[in-house]
Design a protein around this ligand. Structure first.
Ligand code: BES
Ligand code: ZN
Length: 870
């Protein structure tokens, strides 16, 4: 969507009429999936006008009436501009500058689209299927629930009333003020909620349905509940415990109290994303909130802790202080994606979460941001439909990495101080990125905006090349150069430059920084002291700076030693191989170098380093899978992962390190996929025992399912499907769903796709999980691509043409190909598919495939030769 020509002409609402307060009543019918509503909006007319324009979409609106302070009434004429989702109300007399109340009645459908006010399907413990309803308004779907000024800088207060059947719970942002029988129908009740703080429309929420809950108060007396499906309230305990620690942590970190009397979290049965930070009532996908103390994997706990910490951060950063327009969404999301780590580190130090940041956030943005089709963090957004473009790895992962670099640059004290004054100044207001920079600059005395703008206003990041110039008398002179790193190795026509905080450290003092400079030129020479001839040197201490490093062969070779003896921190160890792999992809060096380097990690013991290596190995596998020497490569993998597998085995030990519990399945999966017969036999054995009721440890269950599926037959599939249907927890369902398509039998993959897409086996929110399983192999990828082409129209109809799920399908299914022919097939298919939402994803996929194709052409011979020893 990024291209100028596809951008819709768009104008924001005028500030001549602004809302200050909404009195909103909604009456939903979860049997007919309809709702009725009434709203009275207190408005200020700031310039005389005879029209009022606000938003409404997919609503029938009637009876618009305006009442002045002196109780004069005027009826308005309503026009709905469907294309622009706007409601124009015209009066036959000018409204003078004053305060008024604008009232409307409206009605709409409770859809199944997972946006606006939509329905949820759930099954009660006795097996009956029932429906509830909930909201998802960010970025611009509040207008599907009631007419409103649906832009983030029209903040107002809200008095919400819900009229619902008596047996359903009614939950909203604020505590319940009153609950009474509905005068018109005894079976219904009227729930009124306290007035909200001054806030944006995208944060309004209400939920109707049957829920259980667990509750507590945090150390500041805020009431906290976690709402769960009926009969599963203990699955809310972990999130509740996390939230009750994290909320006071933030109140203290920001030195601003949480402004609402309650902070609820609720697991919604049908939910498009991971979670949504509605003020006072955060909504979650079930897997992002619920933990079964017996059945959940450690990785699921960690995920819940992260998501909870992220959404709670938004209660200040986003809800109290809100971006002026979607252009600054990155600030919300980048900041929350950084501080979630700070909070989890405080509450669960055992996850060593900051190390994981490097693998899960830092290195995850480096890949897409190296594409020519990337975009800057700060990107002008016109129409809110363009938001999908920035709800991506760049906003989240580059955004959080930029904040981490900045935090390191100015230090925690100045960072907190600046944050506090910023949040205080803009409380209940709106803001832009520059305002944060100026508060942080003031607190630190450093040129924050100046340094940050090179990172947020231009796309990409630099590759710093290190050239050793001279070594004499224990000093070494090195020359550094910077240029944009581009994934396929092409040079940067725009010649972008950055202000790079560079750190250098060396063998003589491996735990402290020897040199720290701000590189603000294309080239710099640095002299290092106290350094002997063979001493290693390394740039980017703990991988905090946003750059990759390219060393000369001898400089790189010296790093084998501190990698093998683990003198380098895990963050540094993992990035050395990650950088080298990226440089190989780009053709700066041969992939043989990468394969050789990886062998220095054979005795690695750190979870995060292994996770990152596994990802390098996985990327490479999906290339080599297309060659004749894939079997040799499997043997190489067996060799690389042999000692760690021996060490970990199959069974958890008592009080095991949680990171070991998370590492074991990664190693087992790779060993299994590489053809380790012992692992395959054991997995099959355990799978059969599991089917017969001897349950597998949840931490390795996903790995066992994957291996059993890969080497299994129709019967295995039947068993997986049966387990899927019987599973109660979504986490368990996802493990099974992901395993199904990993079969090596094309017929089974085809039938998995049927299972996943057809009938009501799988919720719309989970379909992509099944599809991702199918693209884990070369044959699977072909089958899925054919399937997508055949079914695209149906898929688009089902999800809606604006659904971000469409982007997910493109991104997850198609980037594994390696030939230019498929790349152009993909391009031309989507050129004529008329689904603009996927335009950028398609570009990125095509560019990725072209890069992969180049790699194979360039390095295949050499890799084959190297691997022939296996
Ligand atoms: N505010 C977002 C959700 C969102 C963003 C909705 C943009 C619509 C447009 C929420 O805070 C979020 O970031 N959710 C993440 C999970 C989080 C832990 C990274 C998600 O849903 O993936
Ligand atoms: Zn967020």
């Amino acid at each position: 969507m990024g291209d100028q020509e596809t951008k819709k002409l768009f104008e924001r609402l005028s500030q001549t009429v602004v809302p200050t307060h909404y009195d909103l009543t909604i009456q939903p019918y979860v049997d007919t999936f309809k709702f009725n509503g009434e709203v009275t909006i207190h408005i200020q007319v700031r310039e005389p006008t005879d029209t009022v324009i606000l938003y409404a979409a997919d609503l029938q609106v009637d009876n618009a009436k305006i009442v002045s302070k002196s109780k004069d009434e005027l009826n308005g004429k309503i026009e709905l501009d469907e294309e622009n989702e706007r409601l124009k109300i015209s009066f036959d007399k000018k409204l003078e500058k004053n305060d008024y109340q604008l009232s409307m009645k409206f009605a709409g459908d409770i859809t199944n689209r997972m946006v606006g006010f939509y329905r949820n399907q759930y099954t009660t413990p006795d097996g009956t299927v029932r429906y509830g309803a909930s909201t998802q308004f960010e970025p611009a779907d509040c207008r599907r629930a009631f007419p409103c000024w649906d832009e983030p800088n029209f903040k107002a207060t809200f008095d919400i009333t819900l009229i619902t059947p008596k047996d359903l719970r009614a939950i909203s942002n604020m505590p319940i003020k009153s609950e009474n029988e509905f005068a018109e129908n005894k079976e219904w009740k009227v729930t009124k909620f306290d007035r909200t703080p001054i806030m944006s429309t995208y944060l309004v929420a209400f939920v109707i349905g049957e829920y259980d809950y667990v509750e507590t108060k945090d150390s500041n007396g805020v009431s906290m509940r976690v709402y769960t499906p009926l009969g599963k309230k203990e699955h809310g305990n972990f999130a509740l415990e996390t939230a009750s620690k994290v909320l006071p942590f933030y109140a203290e970190y920001f030195k601003i109290k949480y402004p609402i009397a309650k902070a609820d979290q609720i697991a919604i049965p049908d939910f498009a994303m991971g979670a949504m930070e509605n003020w006072g009532v955060i909504t979650y996908r079930e897997t992002a909130l619920l933990i079964d103390p017996k059945l959940s994997a450690m990785s699921a706990r960690q995920r819940v802790a992260i998501v909870v910490a992220h959404e709670l951060a938004h209660q200040w950063f986003g809800n109290l202080v809100t971006m002026d327009w979607w252009t600054d969404l990155w600030l919300n999301e980048g900041f929350a994606s950084w501080i979630e780590y700070l909070a989890v580190d405080k509450c669960y130090p055992e996850f060593d979460i900051w190390t994981q940041f490097v693998a899960d956030a830092f290195s995850e943005f480096l890949t897409p941001d190296a594409l020519k089709s990337s975009h800057p963090i700060e990107i002008p957004i016109g129409h809110p439909a363009e938001i999908d473009e920035i709800f991506d790895a760049i906003s989240y992962h580059k955004g959080s990495s930029v904040i981490r670099m900045l935090h390191d640059y100015i230090g925690d004290d100045a960072f907190r101080k600046g944050l506090h004054t910023y949040l205080t100044e803009y409380s209940y207001k709106n803001t832009i990125t520059l305002n944060l920079w100026s508060h942080l600059a003031k607190a630190s005395g450093k040129p924050v905006a100046d340094v940050m703008s090179t990172w947020t206003l231009q796309m990409g990041y630099p590759l710093v090349t290190v050239h050793e110039e001279q070594q004499a008398n224990k000093t070494r002179t090195i020359k550094l150069t910077q240029q944009r790193f581009i994934a396929d190795g092409s040079s940067d026509d725009d010649n972008l430059q950055w202000k790079i905080p560079i750190t250098i450290f060396t063998k003589s003092n491996p735990k402290s920084i020897a040199k720290q400079i701000l590189m603000d030129k294309p080239e710099m020479t640095v002299t290092l002291e106290n350094i002997s001839e063979d001493d290693w040197i390394k740039l980017n201490y703990n991988s905090i700076g946003l750059y990759r490093v390219k060393y000369e062969p001898k400089t790189l070779a010296r790093l084998n030693e501190p990698i093998a003896n683990k003198t380098l921190s895990p963050q540094d160890r993992l990035m050395v191989q990650n950088d080298v792999a990226a440089l190989c992809n780009a053709g700066h060096q041969s992939f043989v170098d990468c394969l050789k380097l990886l062998l220095s990690y054979k005795d690695e013991d750190n979870f995060t380093v292994w996770k990152s290596i596994a990802s390098t190995i996985g990327d490479l596998s999906s290339l080599i899978e297309y060659t004749e020497y894939f079997n040799q490569y499997k043997k190489y993998r067996l060799n690389l992962f042999s000692s760690i597998q021996k060490k970990l085995g199959w069974n958890a030990t008592a009080n095991e390190d949680p990171l070991v519990a998370m590492l074991r399945p990664i190693i087992l999966t790779i060993r299994g996929k590489s053809g380790d017969q012992e692992v395959i036999d054991e997995a099959n054995k355990r799978f059969q025992q599991h089917v017969n009721g001897n349950l597998i440890d949840p931490n390795i269950r996903g790995a066992v399912y994957n291996i059993a599926s890969r080497y299994g037959n129709e019967n295995t599939q039947e068993q997986l499907r049966k387990l899927y249907k019987e599973a109660v927890m979504n986490e368990e369902k996802n493990r099974l769903l992901n395993a199904m398509g990993q079969s090596s039998n094309p017929a089974i993959i085809e039938s998995t796709l049927q299972f996943v897409f057809e009938g009501d086996n799988v919720r719309m929110q989970d379909i992509y999980v099944g599809v991702i399983g199918c693209v884990s192999s070369r044959i699977g990828r072909d089958i899925v691509w054919k399937f997508l082409q055949n079914k695209w129209t149906t898929i688009v109809e089902r999800y809606g043409e604006k659904s971000s799920f469409l982007t997910t399908f493109v991104e997850c299914c198609l980037s594994g190909f390696v030939d230019d022919k498929t790349a152009s097939e993909i391009q031309s298919f989507f050129d004529s598919a008329n689904t603009p939402i996927v335009t950028r994803a398609v570009k990125q996929v095509v560019e990725t495939i072209q890069m992969r194709s180049k790699v194979l052409k360039r390095d295949s011979k050499a890799i084959e030769e190297y691997l022939s020893q296996y």
